[in-house]
Design a protein around this ligand. Structure first.
Ligand SMILES: [Zn+2]
Length: 362
């Protein structure tokens, strides 16, 4: 265990840096809030690209490990984490959809696909950092880890922090109740943790105070318009066109002082998402496959492919297009040169073919 030394602390204070990162030339060593940097836990995870990330223990307590001659730089206020960059088809490197957006010390999560809770931790975040979760729609590749996330966040919080706010289209309240409410599929889990003396001991050791309160996430079905807001962010939803009327789908826009980010969820190019994304700094857009392949296979309805995403970004005036939700065929094509050429012919902004656990500055 280490803490910031006096010199680093003075450097932080003299520069009036509130949120910061400690970095060495090849890795990010620590990220934290200078007002709360006294208690740190040693841990680390490695990104598939060999970039090392620290793991957050609990809110405002950050990981540290040994380093040589670190430098302190101001951490950008807003950054996106691609947690799940895939589709319903599992592959070695991608499966399902989930993203996080850090704004200062708040983390918003968008969708909760396969293993999203674990991927969140691998990305250097932690479930208890997330107070607001947004669902684009309720296909399993976007929500199957929701029971895990709900129970893990509640369990790890040990009675501290806020209840989770959950927003999404129709079914969000019903699914939440069926998972974790009285009579829900996982009621027996939390009843055991609340009432069994063995579990109570773990809870107390983790800093909790008895009696233990059952989980009570605040789930809300939402539609288009303003959905939620926080200290430095505002979330607005628009209709996405996917598999209606069986499932409703929303796209989200997050406006922050550092820029605006669009999470399209699953959608075909459409007017409502185009208008939502107008002049945004970054758009995470689904991209199932190469457009011409999708058209030949009659799969171009209800979803975007390479050039569909590029044209949508161009028409909306988006500055940076991040392709996510990429299917197995497209994923095999790395480094995507052929697709980039085709897409840059119609889109003036920057294009990023994302990987899982990628971290992007807004
Ligand atoms: Zn879907």
């Amino acid at each position: 265990m280490r803490t910031l030394n006096a010199e680093m602390q003075a450097q932080l204070e003299s520069n009036d840096i509130e949120f910061y990162e400690l970095v060495t030339p090849d890795k990010l060593v620590e990220r934290g809030n200078s007002k709360n940097s006294g208690e740190c836990h040693l841990s680390g995870v490695t990104h598939p690209n060999r970039r090392a990330y620290e793991r957050t223990k609990i809110r405002n307590h950050y990981a540290l490990y040994s380093f040589d001659q670190p430098i302190i730089r101001r951490s950008l206020m807003a950054e996106v984490f691609v947690l799940g960059g895939g589709t319903p088809t599992p592959t070695e490197f991608r499966f399902g959809s989930a993203h996080a957006l850090r704004i200062g010390d708040e983390v918003l999560m968008f969708d909760c696909g396969p293993a999203a809770t674990h991927k969140l931790v691998k990305a250097g975040l932690y479930p208890t950092l997330v107070d607001n979760l947004f669902f684009t729609h309720h296909h399993f590749d976007h929500n199957i880890d929701y029971p895990c996330f709900l129970l893990c966040r509640w369990d790890q919080a040990a009675g501290h922090g806020s209840e989770l706010n959950v927003y999404g289209p129709k079914l969000t309240e019903e699914i939440t109740q069926k998972i974790i409410g009285v009579g829900g599929a996982f009621e027996s889990d939390w009843q055991a943790r609340v009432n069994h003396p063995y579990s109570q001991q773990v809870f107390v050791n983790r800093g909790g105070a008895l009696p233990r309160i059952p989980p009570a996430p605040k789930a809300k079905d939402v539609g288009v318009g303003e959905v939620a807001s926080g200290k430095d962010w505002q979330v607005t939803a628009a209709l996405a066109e996917h598999v209606q009327p069986y499932l409703d789908s929303l796209a989200y826009r997050v406006d922050t002082p550092e820029g605006s980010v669009i999470f399209t969820g699953d959608t075909q190019p459409c007017d409502t998402v185009r208008e939502l994304a107008r002049d945004a700094d970054m758009m995470l857009c689904m991209c199932w496959d190469e457009q011409s392949v999708m058209e030949t296979a009659n799969e171009a309805n209800g979803q975007c492919g390479t050039t569909g995403a590029a044209q949508l970004a161009q028409d909306a005036g988006v500055k940076k297009l991040v392709l996510v939700h990429m299917g197995p065929s497209l994923s095999k094509d790395t480094p995507f040169d052929r697709h980039i050429e085709e897409m840059t012919a119609m889109y003036d902004g920057q294009i990023i073919f994302s990987e899982e656990l990628m971290r992007l500055e807004v």
